[in-house]
Design a protein around this ligand. Structure first.
Ligand code: IDP
Length: 143
C-alpha cells in the first residue's frame, strides 16, 4: 500500500464542541500522522474556493455559511492509504447513514454540520493540500 497524504478539516461544529482532541486521537490511533496543522477562521472567499466544485449545488450557500461560522482545524494526514483510511474513519457524509463507530456517527448532528472533511481522491488531496499549505509547512516524521 502506498503512503499518501490527505487534507482533513475539523469543521466548526466539532471545534466549538471541544472535540478536537477526540478526533485527532482517532486519526493517531489509526496510524495516520498529523504532518501539518493550523487553526483558521475561513473567509467567505476561502470557503467558496475550497468548495468550488459544489458552486452550482443548492446547498452551496449553506455550506459556505457553515464553514465560515467558526474556526476550523485544517491539517494534512499522512500514512498508508491515508485518503481511503480517513474516509473510513469519517463515515458517510450524512451522519444518519454513517456506520457506528465512525466520527460522523459519533459526533455529527446533520449533513450540514458533519464534523469533518477529508479529500476523496489523490487528485483532490493534491489540490486541497496545496490550497492551505506550502511544501515548507509540511513536516514528515524524522524519528
Ligand atoms: P464529503 O464531505 O463527505 O466529501 P461532499 O459531497 O464533498 O461530501 O460535500 C461537501 C459537504 O457539503 C458535505 O460534507 C456536507 O456538509 C455538504 N453537503 C453535501 N451534500 C449535501 C446535501 O445534499 N445537503 C446539504 N449539505 C450537503
Amino acid at each position: 500500500m502506498a503512503i499518501e497524504r490527505t487534507l482533513s478539516i475539523i469543521k466548526p461544529d466539532a471545534v466549538s464542541r471541544n472535540l478536537i482532541g477526540e478526533i485527532e486521537s482517532r486519526f493517531e490511533k489509526a496510524g495516520l500522522q498529523i504532518v501539518a496543522a493550523r487553526m483558521i477562521h475561513m473567509t467567505q472567499e476561502q470557503a467558496e474556493g475550497f468548495y468550488a466544485e459544489h458552486r452550482e449545488r443548492s446547498f452551496f450557500p449553506d455550506l459556505v455559511g457553515f464553514m465560515t461560522s467558526g474556526p476550523v482545524i485544517v491539517q494534512v494526514l499522512e500514512g498508508e492509504n491515508a485518503i481511503a483510511r480517513n474516509r473510513e474513519l469519517m463515515g458517510a457524509t450524512n451522519p444518519k447513514e454513517a456506520e457506528a463507530g465512525t466520527i460522523r456517527a459519533d459526533y455529527a448532528d446533520s449533513i450540514d454540520a458533519n464534523a469533518v472533511h477529508g479529500s476523496d481522491s489523490p487528485e483532490s488531496a493534491e489540490r486541497e493540500i496545496a490550497y492551505f499549505f506550502n511544501d515548507s509547512e509540511i513536516c514528515p516524521r524524522t524519528l
